[in-house]
Ligand binder design. Structure first.
Ligand SMILES: [Fe+2]
Ligand SMILES: [Fe+2]
Length: 335
């Protein structure tokens, strides 16, 4: 699914890596490429802080995809029909694939997957705060598709033009799949709202009430409290600001909510003719930081599930390595 303005960990130190005349030229060339809206490839020279920022952002994004499999995976065995089960299985598998593309993109920057995963498992690396909320009913699965994948698409479409080409290429593939995710969620909710019972409609509304505000938080802190945003924009990593993306999401979602027949839980939602946008109420940023810092409803459970999967998968990794070694041994004989 998901990046958010995930770039929520402190400022980078000043970049002091320009040491020689040659490096000054390389820096100039890099700046010119960025200014022209060009792309940087893995083998191109890049400033250390650009590299570090990308490793952090891409790995946080990869972790979000992988951890994002957990809340929905929880419902695979309890999906109400075979059709919904097949769709959900495919979606959760897609998210795993997104994680793998993104780990591969991060590895092109000179880091290893083991290092990235160790940072996740130790709690040092972040992932999107949205996955620290529980999925209490089947309607939550639909709402995750509609709102969480919907917010992820808003965030991710601009990253298809990110200046770091391997990240941009991964995002193009990912965004195609995300739009299916969003539509299947909306479709599942529409069926419950149009053909369901009163209890099912109430269940959908309850899920919308619980997920709406955390979804708005997915776009990250307001622009004036987002320390890394300006540099990210300068480098062409970030193309649209957190507040602009959040507004676009609200504007699009209000209309979709009308079609569904659900109420968004914000008495402050009001069309503003002068701005040409929907106004909305204040976001509880204390809640956001609380969840980012490890104290959301499911942080411990999510991390424990990932660590357990890693530990219990050790034999698979060992077997795969042993198999690869055997293949290599046999190759010269075959030749
Ligand atoms: Fe995804
Ligand atoms: Fe998704």
């Amino acid at each position: 699914m998901y990046t958010q303005a995930m770039d929520t960990q402190g400022r980078e130190p000043e970049d002091r890596n320009v040491r020689s005349l040659e490096e000054a030229h390389l820096q100039q060339r890099f700046d010119a490429t960025i200014d022209d809206g060009g792309f940087i490839e893995a083998k191109d020279w890049m400033p250390q802080n650009y590299r570090r920022t990308l490793i952090r952002q891409i790995s946080q994004h990869a972790h979000s995809e992988i951890v994002g499999m957990l809340p929905e995976g929880n419902w695979i065995s309890r999906a109400p029909t075979l059709k919904r089960k097949a769709i959900l299985l495919a979606k959760v598998q897609d998210e795993g694939g997104h994680g793998l593309y993104l780990y591969a993109a991060a590895e092109t920057l000179g880091t290893s997957r083991d290092e990235l995963l160790a940072a996740l498992h130790s709690g040092k690396a972040k992932y999107s705060s949205i996955f620290n909320y529980p999925t209490l009913t089947w309607a939550d699965v639909g709402v995750i598709g509609w709102l969480v994948d919907g917010a992820a698409i808003m965030n991710q479409v601009p990253i298809c033009r990110c200046s770091y080409a391997p990240y941009a290429r991964a995002m193009i593939r990912i965004c195609r799949e995300e739009s299916f995710h969003q539509r299947q969620g909306f479709d599942s909710l529409l069926v419950m709202m149009e053909k369901g019972t009163d209890a099912q409609r109430a269940m959908v509304q309850d899920a919308v009430d619980r997920w709406w505000w955390p979804c708005l938080m997915m776009f990250g802190p307001p622009d004036d409290q987002s320390p890394n945003s300006a540099q990210g924009m300068r480098w062409g990593i970030k193309r649209v600001s957190n507040d602009e993306l959040r507004q676009k999401f609200v504007d699009a979602t209000v209309e979709q909510a009308k079609v569904l027949g659900v109420t968004l839980p914000d008495p402050g939602l009001k069309w503003n003719e002068a701005r040409g946008h929907w106004d909305f109420g204040a976001i509880d940023w204390d809640e956001f930081w609380n969840v980012v810092n490890g104290n959301g409803p499911c942080n411990r459970e999510r991390l424990a599930a990932r660590v357990k999967a890693w530990d219990e998968g050790a034999w698979v990794r060992e077997a795969a390595l042993a198999h690869a070694a055997k293949q290599r041994e046999r190759e010269p004989q075959a030749a």
